[in-house]
Design a binder for this molecule. Structure first.
Ligand code: ZN
Ligand code: ZN
Length: 257
């Protein structure tokens, strides 16, 4: 049932995709952009308004959400947020299935959107005569050494974190008296995958500040953030509707001698 449902959705989308991506030299870029916009409703999560992450489909009605979004939603409901169908008498999670086909479709669509976003950012900095704050090569090496979590999803190399949605962060040091000028980041702006967790940021900070992991804390509004929290969770719960970058603080404890 679940795989059949995915097949139906996949076929429908494949037809739409074919019309978008058909190698047609006369098709101009503007037209393609509009078509991708039309497709958004099929690959955007109703609960978080972002592109699906770990796309998960309800087998009863075939509505799809991010895994984390729908699992969280079903903590307090047994009904589909979109069509209100009862998902299961007692355990709605039983009727959720990871939807690899749908996730593949998102990954195929998002790279081009990502390129547009990159272009927009490049132009923004150029128009102000500024250098771009983060080099793409940095992002790559950071995430590659961190090994972003793909525990629930078997991605081929072609997918990778780099097609994820990105979040822009600004890491400000929590100022404290005499240590004010120590451990200041050369580069406080960072763009990373929405799947990056607090622990990844901590590792990056330790590396850049040459500090031990136990010394470094990441804070939001004076509160220390848990290691397993993703940037997506943080953004949705604390920064939704606000302008990028999301501003985080960090503190560095001095080593005891
Ligand atoms: Zn979602
Ligand atoms: Zn539904």
């Amino acid at each position: 049932m679940a795989s059949q449902g995915s097949m139906v959705i996949a076929m429908r989308l494949r037809n739409q995709l074919q019309s978008v991506y058909k190698m047609d030299p006369l098709r101009n870029e503007e037209e393609v952009k509009v078509k991708i916009k039309d497709l958004n409703e099929h690959i955007v999560c109703y609960l978080c308004a972002g592109y699906f992450i770990d796309a998960t489909t309800i087998t009863e009605c075939l509505h799809t959400f991010c895994k984390s979004c729908i699992v969280k939603y079903l903590q307090t409901s047994k009904y589909c947020p979109m069509c209100n169908i009862k998902i299961h008498e007692t355990q709605p999670l039983l009727n959720l299935k990871l939807d690899r086909v749908m996730q593949d479709i998102v990954y195929k669509l998002v790279p081009s959107l990502q390129e547009n976003e990159d272009k927009r950012i490049r132009e923004f900095y150029q128009s102000r005569g500024l250098d771009r704050v983060v080099q793409p090569t940095n992002e790559d090496s950071v995430a590659e050494t961190m090994g972003l979590p793909y525990s629930t999803f078997d991605h081929s190399k072609a997918h990778y974190y780099r097609y994820d949605e990105r979040v822009s962060l600004c890491l400000e040091k929590q100022s404290s008296g005499k240590e004010k000028n120590k451990h200041i980041l050369q580069q406080k702006y960072l763009r990373c995958s929405v799947r990056a967790e607090v622990r990844h940021l901590r590792s990056v900070l330790c590396h850049r500040l040459k500090a031990a992991p136990t010394q470094v804390q990441i804070l939001f509004n004076n509160e220390s953030l848990p290691d397993h929290m993703t940037m997506k969770q943080l953004w949705l719960s604390q920064w939704y509707g606000k302008q990028a970058p999301l501003i985080l603080n960090y503190s560095v404890k001095e080593k005891r001698r």
